[in-house]
Design a protein around this ligand. Structure first.
Ligand code: GLN
Length: 494
């Protein structure tokens, strides 16, 4: 007997559907039944439209019975963060200001998933406009971590991470501006990849900080992550920042091994101040990759400590500009009972945006304003440039950089709500990678002891621009030496 669909890999499901051992409709039904039973305790999905999902599945089955090639993700449900446009569907960025807004077109990644035969499977919860590290800043309420439902799944792509960790979907899409794929992947014990800036088209992604945003996948294992990444990548005339580079052969990279691969470990990341369980697990993981043929070298990122302040200047500046379009005139929510235009803008934005988004808009407007832009925004751009030099110098001595994805395991819901700065520190090891545009992954590397059971930890692996292949080689060596990725949170196995 074959395993239940939720215990199979995405690749396994696609093979079964392509070979007609299973139908897309059976797959969809089984995941929908699972979500009906399990999503209420997590709130990973804010919307799952059974009829629409079954209609997509039937269309895939019809194609197969007509002899058409159903694509590499045939019949695989892929959960979608509520920030990516699906033609005709609601897309709200977890915000009241976009409630009832429907997307007029498909994002490029959505079109690619459709072409690959995937089922677009529900909208997942997120921090409002992707601002946050816990998925608590959603107008719909928080998502819970399947490893401990009193804790956060990380964020901002927490719904997409929780859905895959709980096996409510084999794959999902998130976005990562300062860590929002890698940090929730780490906190939920799954694989999450932020590709090189420009690798994946941002067309149809509602912008937070355009020079940092990247779309990427969550998966339970590295093969599935490679499978979907190859589909998502590629130049797109609709996104002028997309890179015209060949789609990488990641599955070949996985088979290649790590002989001679040099792993750089930044001394600024692995300090005595780092949580000791995180440090030990990351060190053991690196030792494991070295046992498979890699070597470890220490590298220097002298300006690593400037990443968080720089990120919060650049990201808020870009956000204040991007979010100016939500003014009550063009999209969704419009305040009523107002008499003047300025009053309409003010009241609409006051009603529509949550507290964290308002904080960022104010900060961003301030750092761009005349008289302050020199001191803050322009200074941040200079430091961003210096960080790029730091990584270039480090990569003169190594092929990948490894360290923690998150400074701590998950934390209790509400525990950082009154302290935005401590929330910002969740991105300590991830934000620099976005500032410099590099690819980075988080893969499961162990567990910390929590109050209510084990809490997952993640190893981050970073490579030079467009060298996702090195990341996959290292991550695959790690995965075959460990079984962390096989663990499923209690209560979600069956
Ligand atoms: N946590 C970071 C922030 O709040 C990163 C968010 C993201 O990557 N979208 O901005």
């Amino acid at each position: 007997m074959t395993a239940a669909f939720h215990l199979q890999t995405a690749g396994g499901i696609a093979d079964a559907v392509r070979a007609r051992r299973a139908s897309a409709t059976e797959v969809a039904k089984s995941f929908l039944d699972r979500a009906a039973a399990l999503n209420p305790s997590l709130f990973a999905f804010i919307e799952l439209q059974r009829d629409d999902i079954l209609a997509q599945a039937r269309a895939i089955d019809t194609n197969i019975s007509n002899g058409k090639d159903p694509g590499a993700l045939a019949g695989v449900p892929v959960a979608i963060k509520d920030i990516l446009c699906i033609r005709g569907g609601l897309v709200t960025c977890g915000s009241k200001i976009l409630k009832n807004y429907r997307a007029p077109y498909d994002a490029t990644v959505i079109r690619k998933l459709r072409d690959a035969g995937a089922i677009l499977y529900g909208r997942t919860n997120m921090d409002e406009f992707a601002m946050g590290s816990s998925t608590e800043h959603s107008c719909y309420g928080p998502t819970r971590n399947p490893w401990d439902t009193t804790c956060v799944p990380g964020g901002s792509s927490g719904g997409s991470a929780a859905a895959v960790a709980a096996r409510l979907a084999p794959l999902s899409l998130g976005t990562d501006t300062g860590g929002s794929i890698r940090q929730p992947a780490s906190l939920c014990g799954i694989v999450g990849l932020k590709p090189t800036y420009g690798r994946v088209s941002r067309y149809g992604l509602i912008a937070f900080a355009s020079s940092l945003d990247q779309i990427g996948p969550f998966a339970t294992n590295i093969d599935d992550c490679a499978l979907i990444t190859e589909i998502l990548c590629g130049v797109d005339p609709r996104d002028s920042t997309s890179v015209d580079a060949p789609v990488p052969d990641l599955r070949a990279a996985i088979r290649r091994g790590v002989n001679g691969l040099r792993i750089g470990v930044p001394k600024q990341w692995m300090t005595n101040e780092l949580d000791s369980t995180v440090r030990e697990s990351v060190n053991l993981a690196i030792d494991g990759i070295c046992a498979a043929g890699a070597t470890r070298v220490e590298v220097d990122l002298p300006r690593a400590h400037l990443a968080i302040p720089t990120y919060y200047l650049v990201a808020t500046a870009e956000a204040s500009s991007n979010l100016a379009r939500f003014d009550g005139i063009r999209f969704a929510h419009r305040a009523s009972g107002v008499h003047a235009l300025i009053e309409l803008y003010g009241k609409t934005r006051d009603e529509g945006f949550g507290e964290e988004v308002k904080r960022r808009i104010l900060l961003g407007t301030f750092v761009l304003s005349a008289g302050y832009a020199e001191a803050y925004y322009n200074k941040a751009l200079q430091v961003r440039r210096l960080l790029k030099d730091d990584f270039e110098n480090a990569f003169a001595h190594c092929d990948v950089i490894a360290g923690p994805a998150s400074p701590t395991p998950t934390f209790e819901i509400g525990s950082k709500s009154n302290d935005p700065l401590s929330m910002y520190l969740c991105d300590l090891f991830t934000a620099a990678i976005n500032l410099v545009g590099l690819p980075g992954i988080s893969v499961p590397c162990g567990f910390a002891k929590g109050k209510n059971g084990p809490l997952p930890l993640g190893l981050q692996i970073v490579a030079p621009a467009l060298r996702e292949d090195s990341i996959f080689a290292a991550a695959a060596a790690h995965e075959s030496a460990t079984d962390w990725h096989r663990r499923i949170p209690a209560g979600f196995e069956t």
